[in-house]
Design a protein around this ligand. Structure first.
Ligand SMILES: Cc1cc2nc3c(=O)[nH]c(=O)nc-3n(C[C@H](O)[C@H](O)[C@H](O)COP(=O)(O)OP(=O)(O)OC[C@H]3O[C@@H](n4cnc5c(N)ncnc54)[C@H](O)[C@@H]3O)c2cc1C
Length: 498
C-alpha cells in the first residue's frame, strides 16, 4: 500500500491487524466496509474519506453500512426520527457517488460480522465514540471477525483526534486547551475532496441495499411516540449546513454577531448556534463549523473565539472525560474533593424534595425551573444556560447526589434531541458533581459544588419573559398535536374522505 494517505495518520487507530501476510498489491478484491455509527454524513467525513482512499489504494470496492439497534439508550421518536430522516437523505446522496449503503437491523455484534463475512471484506473502517456501549459493541464486533480482517478506527468527530489531544483524563478546560490549540495547525485543515470509488461494488447483497425508509420511519415514530418529534429542527446534512451558514437564518451569516454577549440569555435562544442536534448525530462536522467560523473571525473576533472555545475545547473535553473516566455517569467519576463534599452533605435537610414524576411534569414550586423542564419536553432543546440551573436544582431537590445524577441523565437523554452525548453526561457531571470545575464556598446540600439560584438568574436575564416564552411554546405545541391527533382519528373514521 502506498504510504501517502488522504487522512492524517494521527486520526486513525488500528484496532486489529490482519494476520494475512500478503503484499498489499495482492490484497485485492476484498471490499472495504465503513461501519458508520456516530458520523452520519457524507461531506467532511474523515472515516468515509479513509474508507474510500483505502479501497482505491487496494483496488477494492467500498460500501457503507449502518446498524439500527432495536433499542439504543432509550432513544424515542424525537431522536430516532431525526436520525433516520438524516440517514434517508444520506442514502440518496451517497448512491449518486456509486457507493452502496446498507441498513442492517438488530444487534451490531451479530449483523456487522455477518455482513463482513458475507461480502468477504478485508478492511473495516469505523468512526469513534467514547461511550461505553459503543466501545464494548465495537470490541465484540472486532473479536467476532475473521483473522484476515483489518479494523481501523477514525476519529471523524473531533477536530483534534481524542487520542492525539491527550493520553489521559484531563482535569479541566484549562489543562486541555493548550494541548488542543497546539495541534490545531495540524488538524484544523480543509478536507480533501472525496474521491469517487475506482472499483464498482457489483452483485454482493444487492437485495439488502433497498430500504423502505418511509415504513421504517413510520414504525419507529409510532413506537417511540411517548417523546414525539419536533418540527423546528429539520434533519439532515443539508439542513445542518443551512443552520450553520444559510443565507436566511444561518448562524455564521446572520446570528453570530451576538453570540458572545447573548449566549447566556435564555430569552434569546437564536443567539446560540442551534448546531448541537446536527453535531450529536454527526450530520455536520465540527471541523467544518470551525473552518467556516474562522473565515469570519476578522469581522467578529470575540464571537468566533467564544464559539470555538465551546465547539472545540469544551466539546472535545467531554469526549476526553467519557473516554478516560469509565464512571463518566456516576458519582464515582467525580474528583475526590467533590465526592467527599457531596457525600458529607448527602443527608442535609432539603427545603423541597420532588419525585421523578413531579420533576418530569415540571411540577415544582419554582416557575423558572418548570419552564426549563417544559422547554426540554416540548421543544426538545433546553437553552444552554438553563441546563446548568436545571441540573443543579435537581441536586437541591432530590434525596442525594446519586439520585440527582441519575434523574438528570435520564431526563436529559429522554427529551433532549441532542441527548446521549458525551457533552450531556459531562454537563450533568459538571452541574451536580463539579467535574471540570473548582470547589466553591461550602454550603448546605451542595457542599463545595458551584451553586446557582433563582435570584442569580433574575439578575442575569428577564426570567418572566423566559417563562412566558415557554408557556406560549407549550400551548402552541399542544394545539398542534391535538389538531394532528384529530386528523388521524378522522382519517381512521372516514378513510374515503381523506
Ligand atoms: C446539564 C447539562 C446537560 C447538557 N446536555 C447536553 C446534551 O445532551 N448534548 C449536548 O450536545 N450538549 C449538552 N450540554 C452542553 C450544552 O449545553 C449544549 O451543547 C448547548 O446548549 C447546545 O446548544 P447549541 O448548539 O445551540 O450551543 P452553542 O452555544 O451554539 O455551542 C456550539 C456547540 O459547542 C458545544 N458546546 C456548547 N456548550 C458546551 C458545553 N458546556 N459542553 C460541551 N460542549 C458544548 C456543543 O457541541 C454546541 O453544539 C449540556 C450541558 C449541561 C449543563
Amino acid at each position: 500500500m502506498a504510504s501517502t494517505t488522504a487522512v492524517q495518520p494521527g486520526r486513525i487507530r488500528i484496532l486489529k491487524k490482519s494476520s494475512l501476510r500478503l503484499p498489499d498489491s495482492d490484497q485485492t478484491a476484498g471490499p472495504v466496509v465503513y461501519w458508520m455509527f456516530r458520523d452520519q454524513r457524507l461531506r467532511d467525513n474523515w472515516a468515509l474519506i479513509h474508507a474510500v482512499d483505502l479501497a482505491n489504494r487496494t483496488n477494492a470496492p467500498v460500501a457503507v453500512v449502518f446498524n439500527l439497534f432495536d433499542q439504543f439508550l432509550g432513544a424515542k421518536a424525537r431522536q430516532l426520527g431525526f436520525m433516520l430522516k438524516g440517514l434517508r437523505q444520506l442514502h440518496r446522496q451517497i448512491e449518486s457517488l456509486q457507493i452502496p449503503f446498507f441498513l442492517l437491523q438488530g444487534d451490531a455484534e451479530e449483523t456487522i460480522p455477518e455482513f463482513l463475512k458475507e461480502c468477504g471484506a478485508l478492511h473495516l473502517v469505523t468512526d469513534f465514540s467514547p461511550l461505553r456501549e459503543i466501545r464494548s459493541c465495537k470490541e465484540e464486533v472486532v473479536k467476532r471477525t475473521s483473522v484476515s480482517l483489518t479494523v481501523h478506527e477514525v476519529d471523524a468527530h473531533n477536530v483534534v483526534p481524542m487520542w492525539a489531544a491527550s493520553g489521559k483524563l484531563e482535569y479541566s478546560a484549562r489543562t486541555i486547551r493548550g494541548k488542543i490549540n497546539k495541534l490545531l495547525p495540524e488538524y484544523l485543515v480543509e478536507f480533501p475532496e472525496l474521491e469517487p470509488p475506482k472499483k464498482k461494488w457489483v452483485g454482493m447483497m444487492v437485495d439488502k441495499v433497498v430500504v423502505d425508509w418511509d415504513s421504517l420511519i413510520d414504525k419507529v415514530v409510532r413506537e417511540g411516540a411517548e417523546v414525539p418529534e419536533v418540527e423546528w429542527c429539520v434533519p439532515g446534512e443539508d439542513a445542518g449546513m443551512e443552520v450553520l451558514m444559510g443565507s436566511r437564518e444561518g448562524f455564521l451569516t446572520k446570528r453570530l454577531r451576538n453570540y458572545s454577549t447573548d449566549r447566556n440569555n435564555p430569552v434569546k435562544p437564536k443567539a446560540l448556534s442551534g448546531l448541537s442536534p446536527y453535531l450529536h448525530f454527526g450530520q455536520i462536522s465540527a471541523q467544518r463549523c470551525a473552518l467556516e467560523a474562522r473565515k469570519v473571525r476578522n469581522t467578529y473576533p470575540q464571537a468566533v473565539d467564544t464559539f470555538l472555545e465551546e465547539l472545540i475545547v469544551r466539546r472535545e473535553l467531554s469526549d476526553n472525560f467519557c473516554y478516560y473516566q469509565p464512571q463518566y455517569d456516576s458519582l464515582e467519576g467525580a474528583w475526590e474533593w467533590a465526592r467527599k463534599s457531596l457525600t458529607d452533605h448527602a443527608s442535609d435537610k432539603r427545603e423541597h424534595t420532588y419525585s421523578l414524576e413531579q420533576l418530569e411534569k415540571g411540577q415544582t414550586a419554582d416557575p423558572l425551573w418548570n419552564a426549563s423542564q417544559l422547554e426540554m419536553v416540548y421543544q426538545g432543546k433546553m437553552h444552554g444556560f438553563m441546563r446548568m440551573y436545571w441540573a443543579k436544582k435537581i441536586l437541591e431537590w432530590t434525596k442525594g447526589p446519586e439520585e440527582a445524577l441519575s434523574i438528570s441523565i435520564f431526563l436529559n437523554n429522554k427529551y433532549e434531541i441532542d441527548g446521549r452525548d458525551p457533552s450531556g453526561y459531562v454537563g450533568c457531571m459538571w452541574s451536580i458533581c463539579g467535574v471540570h470545575d473548582q470547589g466553591w464556598k461550602e454550603r448546605q446540600v451542595f457542599g463545595k459544588i458551584r451553586y446557582m439560584n433563582y435570584a442569580g438568574c433574575k439578575r442575569k436575564f428577564d426570567v418572566d419573559s423566559y417563562i412566558s416564552y415557554v408557556k406560549s411554546l407549550v400551548s402552541v405545541t399542544k394545539k398542534k398535536r391535538k389538531a394532528e391527533e384529530q386528523l388521524t382519528r378522522d382519517s381512521i373514521d372516514h378513510p374515503k374522505a381523506n
